[in-house]
Every structure is written in structure tokens, then in C-alpha cells.
Design a protein around this ligand. Sequence first.
Ligand code: ATP
Ligand code: MG
Length: 255
Amino acid sequence: MKTIAIVSTAGGAGRTMLAASLAVLLARRGREVVALDFDPQNILGSWLGLDTLASDGIAQALIDVSHVWHAHTWRNDEGVLFVPHGQLTLAEAAACSARLAANPQWLAGAISEIGLADTGVVLIDTPRYPSPQADHAARAADLVLCVCPPEPAACATFVAHLPALRESCADVRLVVNRLNPAREMQRDVLAMLRVAAGGTPVAQRIHLDAAMPESLARGGWLFDEAPHSQASHDLHGLAQHVDAWLPAHTARAPS
Ligand SMILES: Nc1ncnc2c1ncn2[C@@H]1O[C@H](COP(=O)(O)OP(=O)(O)OP(=O)(O)O)[C@@H](O)[C@H]1O
Ligand SMILES: [Mg+2]
């Protein structure tokens, strides 16, 4: 079983979209997939088909050691096993952060209780890095996918936090999201990023596609509704990259 943390140093970079899309595309390739929401926004479930925000999830186990978070998981119609974060009050959120700070191995311990096959994968959605949740996810992960839009502020914060991310996880790879080749500024920023990111492999570039939020709002997937769009090809490319990185299994042909 491998664990992948999806992090970014910028808000709205596309972490949740990528966590949900990768979960579905890897499940369609026959992988056993757990999608774990470790972001207090508690929104990943709605991308995976839940109608309401899950009230209970893994965060409650941080507050109450007797809370059995396994009892609050849910399997979506693609076969992805979803672990919600759970809704928290402000006081509970503060208690969670304190518990995470006091116990740096907490998330790694919780993930070790998930009994997937060697070829299975746990994908973790996180709040913006740095945060206690994103830090735990990076340290629990075998691979960190760092999502970065080709915008100056996002790239500058990515470069600033890259050494800490590399300290947490030996394998950090970049996913450039919201790429718009029509914008000359993005080409300059990408060139700067290549130099500043010093050898960080680029797992995939994903193009901006205005239809993506609309597909998601309808409860669908861009790669089903517009399978020949550039962004759909890019998302399949990322799933292929991750699938090739995971231990080999007898794959179903991708649909
Ligand atoms: N390549 C893309 N093209 C167009 N829209 C995109 C793309 N990637 C993500 N989006 C849209 O951008 C918005 C933000 O994406 P998402 O919620 O996944 O980001 P996030 O990093 O999880 O944000 P947050 O900081 O709020 O957790 C969503 O509406 C999503 O549909
Ligand atoms: Mg998010």
C-alpha cells in the first residue's frame, strides 16, 4: 500500500479536484483506492458523490480517542473508499491542531490501520501548506504531489517551502495545474520554476479548462463529458504517471 499526499502552498490550486479525479481514474484502472479528506473544509466527499458534508470522520478521532473513524467511511459508485474529515467547531479545530502538533506520527499511525493490498493507494487531500494537516500528510506519504498554478505568488511560495517538503518526504513531484499557453506570463513563470525547483520532477502539466468546474458542479467528470479535451488527456496522463509509480498489478484497460 502506498500513500500519496496532494499538497500546495497556494489556495485554490486544484488539490481537491486532483485528489478526487485521481481517485476515480485509478479505481477505473482496477486499483484499490482510499480517498482521505484531511482538510477541515471537509469538501472532498461532495466531489466523490456525497450530497451533504459528512458530520463525522477522521478528525473526531483526534478529539476523542474512543471515536472509531473506520465506521464513518463510505464507498462511492466508482469503488473509491472515502474517509471524511468531519465537521468541527472552532474549539474542536483548535484541539485537533494541538493534538497534531503534539503527536507528529498521528496520521501515519491512522493510515497504517488501513489494510489495503500492496498495490492499493491512499490519496490524501490537504489544506494549504504549511498547516498541521498538510505537514502530517507529507510525512505520512511515500509520494508528495505538489500542485502549483503557473502564477508568480504560487511559484514563489512553492520554492520557499520546497526544502521543508523534501525533508518530510523524499519523493516530491510537481503538478502544474491551470496551464494556459495563451498567457505569455505563464511561460516566463514556468521557466523560472524549472530553475528554482532544482530537479523536482514534473509529474504532469494540466491545462486550464473552463468546463472543469461546470462538470464538477453537475456531479460529472470532465474526462467523461469532454474526453478529448486537453485537460482530460492531462488528467489521464497524471493517472498513468501515478499508476506506473505504484507497484505493478494486473490492470484493467483504462476506460
Ligand atoms: N485545470 C483546471 N481548469 C479549470 N478549473 C480548474 C482546474 N483545476 C481546478 N479547477 C477549479 O478550480 C477550483 C478550485 O479547485 P480545488 O477546489 O480543487 O482547489 P484546492 O486547491 O483544493 O482549493 P482550496 O484551497 O479551497 O482547498 C474548482 O472550482 C475547480 O473546479
Ligand atoms: Mg481543497
